[in-house]
Design a protein around this ligand. Structure first.
Ligand code: GCO
Length: 453
């Protein structure tokens, strides 16, 4: 079987990366609004203050999505735009924005697929300890409730958290992202636990209060490991590497199983507990019951993978990249197989449908003399990856959707506007949009439900 009939084709973006309007209409501050003010924190001190000005341009942007034939749009909601202090007072204008936005998508036959949290954490809550504070899960549940009350008569698909590994690891581990902390293992473990508990309470809140019957999941990053060939021992090596918690240096913040076993299997992985159990709260086993609320799918942000073989000692061994191998604008490896092996390993372990919530590349795109944006690399990259994703479907792996990252060029976190990931080009000095060649190509993929790949 190829892509199933109901397969969902879309594209994604996140509030802080595109909205701008950072201090408009009663919005509160997020940790990112704060972080970008620190000299040197972001490439050339870029900020998301204006970004794609999408808060004001959203109708034009939805028109372009329609022109590209998108079936669904994965966007995120800015928590402090809706609750300026993170909890308590609701900012009606912020809520109006997401209400109008949802209506506009529906009017254009585009299914709204919101993510509740894509990193712009309310600064006020950060001053109360942020994710380190055990109350953070109740704060997130309160915010979830506000959004469910507002949108669940029209929205029936939700992601709770985007890439917890990144906002924990980069935001609280090495300080490259907001809030810029460099914490040690004990605090990192506490944060992850609170983040997982937040997810669980959010799922519960969505299920108990939604007007439409909801489908809910998380969008983790899940670093992928690809066997160097199809020999069973190398496949085993890749699978072991993907779910291992033995990499002491990275600790648990970057592993797939430390996040997804609690969510999908109701337990922390044994090999991680060996070191981290001492840092977990006493109540952690009780908490796991909330953390493991049933989810309907696993989102997976998937850009590239590492090649692995089985070492002589029976441990997975990473292989060295080949000299001169293809790299994206970001210098990320081009590894189409990650869209086969990632979903396959996740599906085997968790037995839940998979949605690719992000995949794409940054490229050095500009507007040509003919007024168009020619980006053959993006077309070829996506084509190769989607063929591998289709292979997963053909082998019976339940895949439900694909969201290209990103709908438009945007603020790429610590790298500011240096990296262009969009299917739509944005001129940040004029805010002019141009659909790239890849955007038109993607339209043909959607129209044929991937049959033309
Ligand atoms: C992430 C985020 C996106 C990024 C994208 C490209 O994965 O870091 O979800 O916001 O912009 O992945 O790096």
């Amino acid at each position: 079987m190829s892509f199933k009939k109901e397969f969902l084709w879309g594209a994604a973006a996140a509030s802080y990366q595109i909205e701008g309007a950072w201090n408009q209409d009663g919005k509160g501050m997020s940790v990112w609004d704060h972080f970008v003010q620190k000299p040197g924190a972001v490439y050339q001190n870029h900020t998301g203050n204006t970004a794609c000005n999408h808060y004001f341009n959203y109708k034009e942007d939805i028109k372009l999505m329609k022109e590209m034939g998108l079936q669904s749009y994965r966007f995120s909601i800015s928590w402090p735009r809706v609750l300026p202090n993170g909890i308590g007072n609701v900012n009606q204008k912020g809520l109006d924005f997401y209400n109008n936005f949802t209506d506009e998508l529906l009017k254009n036959d585009i299914i709204p697929f919101p993510t509740l949290f894509h990193w712009d954490y309310p600064y006020e809550l950060y001053t109360k300890g942020g994710w380190l504070n055990r109350d953070s899960s109740d704060w997130f549940a309160e915010y979830t409730q506000v959004m469910v009350d507002a949108l669940s008569d029209r929205v029936d698909r939700w992601f709770t958290l985007n890439e917890p590994q990144c906002f924990v690891g980069l935001g609280h581990g090495n300080g490259e992202h907001a809030p810029g902390l460099k914490l040690q293992k004990r605090d990192m473990t506490t944060i992850i636990h609170n983040v997982l508990l937040s997810h669980g309470k959010s799922v519960k809140t969505i299920r108990e209060n939604s007007k439409l019957t909801p489908r809910v999941g998380m969008a983790p990053v899940c670093p992928v490991f690809i066997p160097i060939n199809d020999e069973p021992k190398n496949i085993k090596a890749a699978r072991d590497a993907m779910f291992s918690n033995k990499n002491g240096e990275n600790f648990t913040a970057w592993t797939t199983s430390w996040f997804m076993d609690p969510v999908c299997l109701g337990k922390y992985p044994e090999d991680g507990l060996l070191e981290a159990e001492q840092y977990l709260p006493e109540s952690y086993k009780e908490d796991l019951k909330i953390i493991s609320q049933p989810v309907d799918f696993i989102g997976n942000n998937n850009y590239h993978g590492n090649f692995v073989q089985m070492g002589r000692d029976g441990e997975p061994e990473l292989t060295k990249p080949e000299e001169g191998e293809p790299l994206t604008g970001f210098n990320w490896r081009v590894t189409p197989g990650s869209l086969y092996w990632g979903p396959k390993f996740l599906y085997e372990r968790y037995k839940l449908p998979i949605i690719i919530t992000e995949n794409g590349l940054s490229n050095k795109d500009w507007v040509s003399l003919d007024g168009k944006v020619h980006d053959p690399q993006r077309i070829d990259f996506t084509h190769r990856y989607l063929k591998e994703y289709r292979r997963a479907a053909e082998e019976g792996i339940d895949i439900e959707g694909y969201f290209h990252w990103s709908i438009m060029d945007n603020f790429e976190w610590a790298l500011g506007y240096r990296e262009r990931f969009g299917l739509i080009h944005v001129d940040f000095s004029t805010q002019k949009r141009t659909i790239k060649d890849s955007g038109y190509w993607y339209k043909t993929v959607i129209q044929s439900n991937g049959e033309n790949l």
